[in-house]
Design a binder for this molecule. Sequence first.
Ligand SMILES: Cc1cc2nc3c(=O)[nH]c(=O)nc-3n(C[C@H](O)[C@H](O)[C@H](O)COP(=O)(O)OP(=O)(O)OC[C@H]3O[C@@H](n4cnc5c(N)ncnc54)[C@H](O)[C@@H]3O)c2cc1C
Length: 410
Amino acid sequence: MRYVVLGASAAGVNGVRQLRKRCPEAEIVLVSKDQEIYSRCILHHLIGNLRTREQLCFAEADFAKRYRVDWRKGVACTGVDTGKKEAALSDGTALSYDKLLIATGSHTFLPPVKGLREAKGVYGFRDMEETEAIMEAAKDAKHIVIMGGGLTGLDAATGFLHMGRSVELVELADRLLVKQLDERAASVYQKALEAKGVKLHLGCALEEVRCGDDGRVVSLALSDGGQIPCDLLVVTAGVRSNVEFLEGSGLELDSYGLVIDPQGRTNVADVYGAGDVTGRSPIWPAAVKQGMVAADNMAGIETGMEDFFASKSTMNFLDIPTMSLGLPEKPDDTYEEIVEDTGDQYRKVIHKGGTIYGAILQGDLAYGGVLTQLIARKIDVSRVKKPLFSIDYSDFFHTGDNFEFYYEVT
Ligand SMILES: Cc1cc2nc3c(=O)[nH]c(=O)nc-3n(C[C@H](O)[C@H](O)[C@H](O)COP(=O)(O)OP(=O)(O)OC[C@H]3O[C@@H](n4cnc5c(N)ncnc54)[C@H](O)[C@@H]3O)c2cc1C
């Protein structure tokens, strides 16, 4: 049995680990464009000089040997022939497979803003190459601007702050982290960034990238009529799944990416997918879990993705910890909110019909464990008899007549 895994990151690496666990004797081939294994979540630590390149690695130092993997580094898959069961590789070889896991992640997409795609001095921020290009360009840059105030935009901003550089940030929404936070929680980060000298342009679109005679960006025109100087623009406001090489393979693709079922199966037998390539839940823990689930099913052990929040984020920008789960705001008044705000600590749970649809914890994240239990055990929060934020772990532990523990909140 030969398993071929495309992509050496959260989904691919964990897929390999799980395949080896389940199939001690199988042949496993890992193919990755990347030359090394690293966490994208901490790329800003490289910019901020908080970690070396080697310290971004999240796998064992002897990963390939330990899991007995034939790892083809720096090689891209350029096409998949699902009829012949072969993957075409950029080194000219055709690699046959019995089962294939596609975990090729995603790439920066430059939005169709006037002048953006042609300008020199514009960089995405998703992989090692882009990060190193940003660091090189930042050496001479005087006006650094970030387009996008989401998680990666704030990663970039704090990376530059650690580098001792000043930065401006342009965000279309009227607040930062609009997918994760409500106005109250976002304002804490806004104030903290402004206190560090970051100039925020919120509720503002980037309308045009203006360049000098050499084609390099010199300024940005904003939708509020303003114009700001810029010689290094980092774009974090666009991402697309890496599925181009799958065109014509017969694999089902949609506007998000590769289509998979809860077992990680695609529409073609023996081909599986996991992680950001599916474009569904582009977060690290989802990619890890999907890689493991797909590997289990490839090995003949039927498992499925449990329900989880498509967006679960934990962040710690400027040492302010925040956890966000699901919806950051009530979609309408049929939903209810339970809020506790002490100034330093903010906690909010959004629920409807007893089910939790979203939560934000900022300051102290200790309640995150209780919250996870409430969600995992599908506890009807509208029937909980004590104030929600007073629940602690002891409320989940009861002893039955047979002295077995069981979980309940009354
Ligand atoms: C700057 C940044 C910060 C982030 N911060 C967080 C965070 O704080 N929390 C969080 O949960 N998530 C975060 N994320 C998202 C998280 O990193 C991704 O969800 C996760 O990396 C997805 O893993 P993956 O294995 O699916 O794909 P990726 O990590 O994108 O890896 C794809 C792999 O496929 C390879 N590849 C691509 N194309 C090919 C090809 N044609 N042939 C062979 N190999 C190929 C690549 O070289 C790479 O090895 C962040 C992402 C970025 C960019």
